[in-house]
Design a protein around this ligand. Structure first.
Ligand SMILES: Cc1ncc(COP(=O)(O)O)c(C=O)c1O
Length: 421
């Protein structure tokens, strides 16, 4: 099956689901056991099956299988939000005393999780300001457990060199974990460029309609966790499951099996079946939406670039972008719908004059959304941190929606005029 077919109907089992053509919502908490032995085997992870919705659920299962297939992975875990996907993805292989390496140009929420919460937990995160792979290499030491990056940074719109980062990580026996929220698997499949673990805030393009919080972790199944003794959590017995060793029991699915058996069990940040249902509905049109998102965004970026009162435009499919070559290498159809630009006018007046663009902090919605990072998502960051994240005070982040492109351009044009009065 090709991408569009998997997106539209992957893993539907019509007979099992009473011939309902749309995915049913299993609004259900617990599952009956066939016998006491069956329950024992389920609890010992000797057989697969549902026990309790915090761990697994048939609606969530369809979402997980579909996204795993779209990303080219061997398995996935749906979570309650993108943040909980990142939390679990990292905690699955790190503990106090460990280090991870990341770019400083990542989503503000992830930055806070790494810089503050992980620090409190004793996990040290090294932020790299430059795009130079050598700077990442210099930061690696024996405590480093992974490299983490965003394939397209939000709101920096920076394209990561996923292939080079994965080669570097693998040379040092550690995995590359990427957040692929902004391109979605329709535009970029990071596993094909060597990424080991892919996470998403499904809140964004995957669900696509701004109505379902969610996150998902996809395991490529390609990383060898046993190669160097660095990943003891996966390669030594887990006492809470009568001493099973994930890498022995689940082989190349060890990572994703542990994330479910251990972390979603203990942390409880599971996806609700209703949100999974909404996300599955979104997935069914992902490929169609992404094409229009990309077309509208490129047209708006080209218009803004030629506008006399726009200070700068950041959109990787513009030929003038310093990431243009990376964009052409990694992004098959277009550069998604996230862009940044600076208005030569009063920023507050600009935002408030917009009629079609909604002033909110989200992206990947069918509706166009404008965000002012320095005043909202990145408000907690110091001036120094803002500089490192390349967020200037006039930076406007737009997530271009699926409305008529002429209406989108006219809305921005009108707001620029008002911002200069
Ligand atoms: C790139 C990226 N990753 C992760 C997140 C966090 O996702 P969520 O809001 O679903 O927790 C966001 C949220 O904006 C994001 O933009």
């Amino acid at each position: 099956m090709r991408f569009e077919t998997i997106a539209a109907q992957g893993f539907l089992d019509l007979e099992k689901q009473n011939h309902t053509v749309s995915t049913p919502i299993y609004a259900n908490t617990a599952y009956s056991f066939d016998s006491v032995q069956h329950a024992i085997d389920l609890f010992d992870l000797k057989v697969g099956g549902d026990i309790y919705t915090r761990l697994s659920n048939p609606t969530n299962d369809i979402l997980e299988k579909r996204v795993a297939a779209l990303e080219g992975g061997i398995g996935a875990l749906a979570t309650s939000s993108g943040m909980s996907a990142i939390l679990i993805a990292i905690l699955n292989i790190t503990c106090a005393g460990d280090e991870i390496i990341t770019s400083s140009k990542i989503y503000g929420g992830t930055y806070n999780l790494f810089a503050k919460t992980f620090k409190q937990m004793g996990i040290n995160v090294i932020f790299i300001d430059s795009d130079n792979i050598d700077d990442y290499e210099k930061a690696i030491n024996e405590k480093t457990k992974c490299i983490y990056t965003e394939t397209i940074g939000n709101p920096s719109i920076k394209i990561a060199d996923t292939e080079e980062l994965s080669k570097l990580a693998h040379r040092h026996g550690i995995p590359l974990i990427v957040d692929n929220t902004v391109p979605s698997p329709y535009l970029l499949r990071p596993i094909e460029f060597g990424a080991d673990i892919v996470i998403h805030s499904s809140t964004k393009y995957l669900s696509g309609h701004g109505n379902a919080m969610g996150g998902i972790i996809v395991d490529s199944g390609k990383f060898d966790w046993e190669q160097n003794g660095k990943f003891k959590m996966l390669t030594t017995p887990d006492e809470s499951y009568h001493g099973i060793t994930y890498s022995k029991e689940f082989k190349n699915a060890a990572y994703i099996a542990k994330s479910r058996a251990h972390l979603i069990r203990d942390l409880g940040c599971c996806q609700s079946p209703f949100n999974s249902y909404l996300t599955i509905l979104g997935l069914e049109t992902l490929h169609v939406r992404m094409e229009r998102h990309c077309d509208n965004a490129l047209k708006l970026a080209e218009y803004l670039e030629s506008h006399p009162h726009i200070n700068f435009v950041k959109y990787p499919y513009l030929k003038s972008s310093k990431d243009y070559n990376l964009a052409k290498k990694y992004l098959t159809y277009g550069a998604s719908s996230l862009m940044g630009f600076g208005v030569d006018g009063d920023g507050k007046k600009f935002i408030e004059a917009l009629k079609l663009f909604i002033h909110a902090t989200n992206l990947g919605d069918v509706r166009s959304i404008i965000t002012y990072p320095a005043g909202t998502t990145h408000r907690q960051l110091s001036d120094e941190q803002l500089k490192r994240a390349e967020i200037s005070k006039d930076y406007m982040r737009a997530s271009v929606g699926l409305e008529n492109i002429q209406d989108i351009i006219e809305d921005i044009d009108n707001a620029i005029k008002i911002s200069r009065k």
